[in-house]
Design a protein around this ligand. Structure first.
Ligand code: DUC
Ligand code: ZN
Ligand code: ZN
Ligand code: ZN
Length: 461
């Protein structure tokens, strides 16, 4: 199969120019003006943008959590991602405390095998660290192509490791060229605030928000960054929401420390006033919670300052019946929301269209930086000769409205119902095959491949 994309504006993390792109097999073979190839398929991309397929490095598909499972599996989740221009996701394997990383890996291989439509990889969440796990960490990096290790500083008793385990893990990961990533919130502080609110009969979704104030995230982010400094390990903070946490990273940069930061679409665009809608606020119950306008401003600025390198989603959808598990107690509402499909379009509309970020910055934070940080560049994350032909052809002027009636995620509500978006994904190509065209997914379950990843360097960006 060969595809010739004509006259589009090719955008990478560093430049934007009008050119043709020629794809043969799985790869980009030529880029230039007036390319003359006899292709099986020609796509007219005049007045359109042509950029690398989005990479969402933070999704939870078919994940056991809070007594239920996130409602998108590998098939529905990666299909919805493709509809929105995201060609690759990185999901989280959760080690069961007391069990091995390899057993957890097997469980997640079963979830994705024959089901994924888009490409994927895994982060390994280390929820219990000891000498055996240390050996497995090395095997993950050297043998399994899994080089990033997720840690939780919250969710005690299920996912959290303590600071001693954290430092030990960092030492091993640093020695073998991996990356430690973190959910950085102070679990003990949050647990005590939850207990206090429940004891006082404060049970609505608003109290989910009030139980996780900014200081719980700022403190944990600062502590994580200090442990990275002590161990000289490369690190990455997931789903950063607030100014206080960003300031902890800013302080680290002042001692010439490099820490990677991810925020998510919702923290740039939605705010905590949504929790004032009584139980409807459960739609946005996620951890950390939505914050304030001043935090949105800090995060957009952080992107332009280069402090925030990646925008993901923390896609972790639950249907309304599942959310209702917490009807009488906010602490039982499964944490997470549906977002995988809308990241690229929302970020374009709110970021590029509204003039907050440039087109090249957009490609950087939506695709290229994740490929670099997580050891997949230049196979993924760019439009270049020899790279995988993961390409989005995007109409920057087309308007549409987000709704549960038209989204492809397996979730019976939208977190963005009625929101107008400028800019639309038109055609999506994944490893040289048309994935999305005329709003239809052309690929079958099982097309998606596991992408093994290389080691991480602190100086990658
Ligand atoms: N936060 C969520 O909202 N969902 C899944 C896990 C997490 O940390
Ligand atoms: Zn859309
Ligand atoms: Zn998290
Ligand atoms: Zn998450």
């Amino acid at each position: 199969m060969s595809i010739l994309i004509k006259n589009g504006r090719v955008v990478t993390a560093s430049e934007s120019y009008i050119a043709d792109v020629y794809v043969e097999g799985e790869k980009i073979v030529a880029i230039g003006k007036d390319l003359n190839y006899n292709a099986d398929k020609v796509v007219d991309a005049a007045n359109k943008l042509v950029f690398p397929g989005g990479i969402d490095p933070h999704v939870h598909l078919d994940m056991p959590f809070m007594g239920t499972y996130s409602s998108d599996d590998y098939e529905t989740g990666t299909r919805a991602a493709l509809h929105g221009g995201t060609t690759m996701v990185i999901d989280f394997i959760l080690q069961t405390q007391g069990d091995s990383l390899h057993n957890a890996l097997k469980t997640w291989q079963q979830k994705s095998k024959g089901k994924a439509i888009g490409d994927y990889s895994y982060h390994m969440a280390v929820t219990d660290f000891n000498d055996n796990v240390a050996k497995e960490v090395v095997q993950m990096i050297e043998e399994e192509g899994i080089s990033s290790f997720k840690t939780f500083m919250a969710y005690k008793g299920a996912l959290m490791i303590d600071d001693g385990q954290m430092v030990q893990l960092m030492k091993v990961v640093k020695k073998h060229g991996g990356l430690v990533t973190v959910h950085a919130t102070n679990g003990d502080m949050i647990d005590s605030l939850i207990a206090k609110n429940r004891a006082e009969g404060n049970l609505s979704p608003l109290y989910h928000y009030l139980s996780q104030p900014e200081v719980t995230e700022a403190e944990a982010s600062g502590r994580f960054v200090d442990m990275l400094h002590y161990t000289d390990c490369p690190g990455y903070i997931v789903h950063m929401t607030c100014e206080g946490a960003l300031n902890a990273v800013r302080k680290a940069t002042q001692r010439n420390q490099k820490v990677f930061v991810e925020t998510c679409t919702q923290y740039l665009m939605l705010d905590a006033s949504l929790y004032e809608k009584d139980f409807e606020g459960a739609k946005w119950v996620m951890s950390p919670p939505l914050r304030e306008k001043k935090d949105q401003f800090a995060l957009w600025s952080g992107i332009n300052q280069g402090l925030v390198q990646v925008v993901g989603t923390d896609h972790c959808p639950f249907e309304w019946e599942q959310k209702k598990m917490g009807k009488d107690d906010f602490s039982k509402i499964p944490n997470g929301h549906p977002a995988i499909e809308h990241r690229m379009e929302l970020l374009f509309s709110e970021g590029v269209h509204k003039g907050k970020i440039s087109l090249t910055k957009y490609v950087e934070v939506a695709s290229t930086n994740a490929a670099k940080i997580f050891g997949m560049y230049p196979r993924k994350g760019t439009i270049a000769i020899g790279s995988d032909a993961d390409i989005v052809i995007f109409d920057p002027n087309k308007e549409h409205t987000i709704s549960v009636k038209t989204h492809h995620m397996n979730c019976d509500y939208s977190a963005y119902e009625g929101q107008k978006v400028i800019g639309k994904t038109e055609t999506v190509i994944l490893r040289g095959q048309v994935a999305i065209e005329n709003e239809e997914c052309k690929l079958q379950a099982g097309f998606g491949q596991f992408i093994p990843r290389g080691k991480t360097s602190k100086t990658v960006i």
